[in-house]
Design a protein around this ligand. Structure first.
Ligand code: SAM
Length: 154
């Protein structure tokens, strides 16, 4: 049965209250389990393995998409931060985020909602918004971690 909501970069599903919500398609481009010496547990187990730049879903599929892409461009390849959150490609991150945003909009139903999460630690919010074809409706303007809300315009 098709799902109502897409998490387009689910990672370890940390922000979900119910990590097994049956209404959600959990997508990530990797599947892995690792217990790190630091005590961090990496448990990425998506229901669909896929790339947010080229999603394996039909147009107009979901009522809501939540997208929390990697937000680091500088992090040690073997660091727990990289293992937990992934990293953006230093050379292509703008194009990758632009493609990801367009894909989120494509798979949303008309007037569906995109919830975008970003951490401004390494890349400013304004630089990320420059990659997107639409402005957010509303959201947090101050915190390091931002939650922004978009609607699919038709
Ligand atoms: C910031 S983490 C997501 C954390 C997650 N929201 C949570 O609550 O645990 C970003 C995730 O995006 C995934 N990712 C990176 N590039 C991707 C791509 N092109 N397509 C799909 N997922 C990708 C990474 O593997 C990583 O798990």
């Amino acid at each position: 049965m098709s799902k109502l909501i897409l998490d387009a970069a689910c990672g370890s599903r940390m922000f979900w209250m119910d990590k097994h919500n049956q209404n959600v398609e959990f997508m990530d481009n990797r599947q892995c389990f690792e217990e790190l010496p630091t005590g961090h547990v990496i448990n990425v187990n998506p229901t669909v393995v896929g790339d947010f730049r080229n999603m394996p879903f039909a147009n107009n599929s979901f009522y809501m998409v939540v997208w929390d892409p990697p937000h680091f461009i500088h992090a040690g390849k073997t660091s727990w931060l990289t293992k937990k959150y992934g990293t953006l490609n230093q050379d292509t991150w703008q194009d990758d985020l632009s493609k990801g945003f367009n894909e989120c909009m494509r798979v949303l139903k008309p007037n569906g909602t995109l919830i975008f999460k970003w951490n401004t630690y390494q890349i400013a919010m304004s630089k990320v918004l420059n990659c997107f074809s639409q402005s957010p409706l509303f959201g947090d303007k101050r915190s390091k971690t931002r939650w922004l809300v978009f609607m699919k315009e038709v």
